[in-house]
Design a protein around this ligand. Structure first.
Ligand code: NAD
Length: 249
């Protein structure tokens, strides 16, 4: 049954000329990073989204580090799984042109994807909210371990903020590039996203052929040509092999 759905997905994708991927937190759960909205294991089952807003960070930056420190530690140590690697291989074969990701974990790059647009930023480092001085995340996490919370700028003493978009912040320039890619594409493969976070969930609207691979249903399932439900680390290697062999024949 799932195999049949995957073949239908490849039928759609292999007829497109310019396919892009849009990934969400679900692609990284099998690398040990919790997503936001999965029942029980999702972050929102245990944390308050308010602590991830820019308004809260401006008045009480400690909260982001107190609540997020464990997650930041997990993310910086995580390794790509079979689903990230499958996308990397598909890009290397020319079948996927760009990966647009809502993730901040840089696992696509570690999984060999090269053309990655990080529309919510990356946890690769942190910047001073006053003078923009940057530090690598390892230094920030070391401060946190030494109970220096929030970590402060060595130049001006203001709090350091991870290079990610908090709720309430403007989107980075990568989002405009993602919009351009979505307008250019005729196929989109969504992997591991609940598709409830705006404006990322507007991107599929620009693309004619939509395939969604996700464990749970999404609000855009009715707009998709094919929806495959299941675990990404099972589905993506199979989908990748099927698509590559279809291209070769
Ligand atoms: P989400 O948490 O809203 O949804 C994740 C979806 O993935 C869920 O629908 C779930 O059913 C599905 N899923 C989980 N594990 C799966 C698996 N192994 N196989 C198939 N499907 C699976 O995530 P979202 O849509 O990306 O939006 C939430 C926000 O979370 C994004 O803005 C992102 O920046 C942020 N976030 C990122 C990370 C990360 O970088 N890894 C982690 C947590 C949250």
């Amino acid at each position: 049954m799932v195999e049949e759905k995957i073949k239908q997905a490849v039928d759609v994708l292999s007829k497109c000329n310019y396919v892009i991927a849009l990934s969400g937190a679900g692609i990284s759960t099998e690398s040990g990073i919790p997503d936001f909205r999965s029942p029980v294991s999702g972050l929102w089952s245990n944390a308050d989204p308010e602590d991830f807003t820019i308004e809260r960070f401006r008045v009480y930056p400690q909260a982001l580090y107190q609540v997020g420190a464990d997650l930041f530690q997990i993310i910086t140590g995580a390794q790509p799984n079979e689903a990230h690697k499958a996308l990397g291989e598909l890009e290397n074969k020319g079948l996927i042109k760009t990966v647009i990701t809502q993730n901040i974990d840089a696992l696509h790059q570690k999984g060999d994807s090269r053309n990655v647009l990080e529309i919510h930023g990356s946890l690769n480092g942190a910047s001073c909210i006053h003078c923009s001085h940057e530090e690598p995340m390892e230094k920030i996490l070391q401060d946190v371990q030494e109970a220096i919370i929030p970590p402060r700028c060595i130049e001006c003493g203001e709090p350091m903020k991870p290079n990610v978009i908090l709720f309430g912040e403007a989107m980075p320039p990568a989002f405009q590039l993602a919009l351009n890619e979505s307008r250019k594409a005729d196929g989109m493969l969504v992997v591991g996203s609940s598709l409830v976070v705006s404006p990322a969930n507007m991107l599929p609207d620009y693309v004619d052929n939509l395939v969604i691979v996700n464990r749970e249903s999404t609000p855009l399932d009715d707009s998709a040509q094919v929806v495959v439900h299941g675990s990404l680390s099972d589905i993506m290697p199979y989908l990748k092999d099927e698509w590559i062999s279809r291209q070769a024949s």
